[in-house]
Unconditional design. Structure first.
Length: 301
């Protein structure tokens, strides 16, 4: 990772946009509808004064030349602001990502300034894939977050409940933009889960570890990133788990039938990485009453 991505909450924050022209107007449009206070600073002597940036979190500078950009950047940094001199990465503290904005849900795609065109192409693919009301769905989870944590203090159990909630009628209502209805449904689902009326169902997923990470199928990659427990017989076989698995997922070198079945019966999604296909293991797990899914590794080399 050449650059670290981070998200700054904008509520109560001040953003400065220096200069005029299309570059400055584009940054102004970027913050339309955000909770930040946006201040405009003309491209004149005021922009070179530290006091112009009092309380500013981020300053975007549309500079006609390097000298003016350097002067503005120095003044903004002296006031404690982070600086982006537009189209001048050598003068900036950070580069701008290509942004997919769904309100509460935001994605930033960066190339370290090496290829803005590539970042834009990747952003456009996400724009097509991401539902327009993803932000409403995220807001639903924010509204019910305190209740969810209170009812389900155990992290693994809470994740299982939220995973079910994400597939249920409350999530469907949120994606239709019906937030109030979604919240009512979500609280009902949480109450039912807490009362034991709905049991989350675990399963074991079997994946033959590929020799090359590039051969991993999209379905397998998605499963690796969602599993609660990653099991593998040795570090070599399990190396892909460290690259693709969730950081919070449990890791185990126990792939015995009893261990895998016990995890699934606890409601966990257990993904077992194997050096080769093992139909006997799959049959034995099914005999234990466990749901088993064999994942496609990917294309042959």
């Amino acid at each position: 990772m050449d650059a670290f991505p981070a998200f700054f909450p904008l509520t109560g924050k001040r953003i400065a946009i220096v200069g005029a022209g299309e570059q400055a107007e584009a940054k102004l449009r970027l913050f339309e509808g955000s909770p930040a206070e946006v201040v405009r600073i003309p491209a004149g002597p005021e922009a070179l004064e530290t006091g112009a940036y009092a309380g500013v979190l981020i300053a975007f500078i549309a500079a006609p030349d390097d000298a003016f950009g350097e002067g503005c950047a120095a003044a903004a940094r002296a006031a404690g602001a982070l600086v982006n001199v537009i189209d001048r990465p050598h003068l900036s503290d950070f580069t701008m990502p290509a942004i997919v904005d769904r309100g509460t849900v935001v994605a930033g795609i960066g190339t370290g300034g090496a290829s803005p065109v590539l970042a834009t192409e990747l952003r456009q693919s996400l724009e097509l894939d991401w539902h327009q009301n993803l932000g409403v769905l995220a807001e639903l989870f924010r509204r019910t977050q305190a209740e969810t944590r209170s009812r389900f203090p155990d992290l693994a159990e809470r994740r299982r409940v939220l995973r079910e909630l994400l597939k249920g009628p409350a999530a469907e209502s949120a994606l239709r933009g019906e937030l109030e209805e979604a919240e009512t449904l979500a609280r009902s689902e949480l109450a039912a889960a807490a009362a034991g009326e709905r049991k989350t169902k675990g399963k074991v997923q079997l994946l033959v570890a590929p020799a090359d990470f590039d051969l991993l199928s999209l379905r397998a990659a998605t499963a690796l990133s969602a599993a609660d427990r990653l099991a593998y017989p040795d570090i070599e076989t399990g190396s892909i788990a460290f690259a693709w698995g969730r950081r919070e997922a449990e890791h185990s070198t126990d792939i015995a039938i009893a261990s895998l079945a016990a995890g699934a019966k606890q409601g966990l999604i257990v993904l077992a990485l194997l050096p080769q296909a093992d139909p006997v293991l799959a049959a034995a797990l099914r005999a234990e009453g466990v749901e088993v899914e064999s994942l496609p590794t990917g294309a042959a080399p």
